[in-house]
Design a protein around this ligand. Structure first.
Ligand code: ATP
Ligand code: MG
Length: 181
């Protein structure tokens, strides 16, 4: 069993976007790998409610080096017309993100669905660009979600587009526990 903790000298900014499946799960795969060398990981999920997704329990099982927070409300958000509660959750998520991106003990930060929060106008591009720019340089930062804006992709060091070539939902396969949520 690995005891030593890996620390990064220089963190990179990664973006997982596109309409194909795999953005959230790819970022969690990275958390799994980082946890394997005792890196301090913080996962912040935007527009998601705790208790619904199986990853809540999965992440908990990775142990204490992985922290996990969700900021969202049940129900759908209308683009540009979030409720007070939607904006409050997004704001709290951004505050948490700012805090952990300044923490010298943190190695990897995942902002899951932040591109979605941008798309639905719950957070602004300026705020997210500031997060990227002002983070401690040793922190690896991953931003996920469809429709990543051009400016965010430009600010990133790595951009991967999950492109849907085929998806079983077109055959009527419903979302499945443990696979989609
Ligand atoms: P995953 O969480 O599986 O890695 P993702 O983060 O890439 O997926 P999201 O855009 O966050 O994808 O979508 C959440 C889930 O909804 C995905 O598992 C995806 O396969 C599923 N999904 C996407 N489009 C549809 C659709 N039209 N009908 C049913 N399920 C869909
Ligand atoms: Mg996702």
């Amino acid at each position: 069993m690995e005891q030593k903790r890996t620390r990064l000298k220089q963190g990179q900014v990664q973006v997982y976007t596109g309409n194909g499946k795999g953005k959230t799960t790819a970022s969690f795969g990275l958390a799994l790998r980082a946890a394997g060398c005792n890196m301090h990981v913080v996962i912040i999920q935007f527009m998601k409610v705790s208790g619904h997704y199986a990853e809540d329990e999965g992440i908990r099982r990775l142990g204490e080096t992985v922290e996990h927070y969700t900021f969202g409300n049940p129900g759908w958000v209308k683009k540009g017309q979030g409720t007070e509660a939607d904006y409050a959750q997004a704001k709290a998520g951004m505050e948490k993100a700012r805090e952990v991106l300044q923490d010298p003990d943190v190695d990897l930060v995942i902002l899951d669905e932040i591109n979605n929060a941008l798309w639905f106008e719950l957070v602004t591009e300026e705020e997210v660009l500031a997060l990227i720019k002002d983070r401690l340089p040793n922190i690896e930062l991953v931003l996920t979600g469809r429709n990543a804006p051009e400016a965010i992709m430009e600010a990133a060091d790595l951009v991967t587009e999950m492109r849907e070539i085929k998806h079983y939902y077109t055959k009527g396969v419903p979302v499945r526990r443990g696979i989609e949520f």
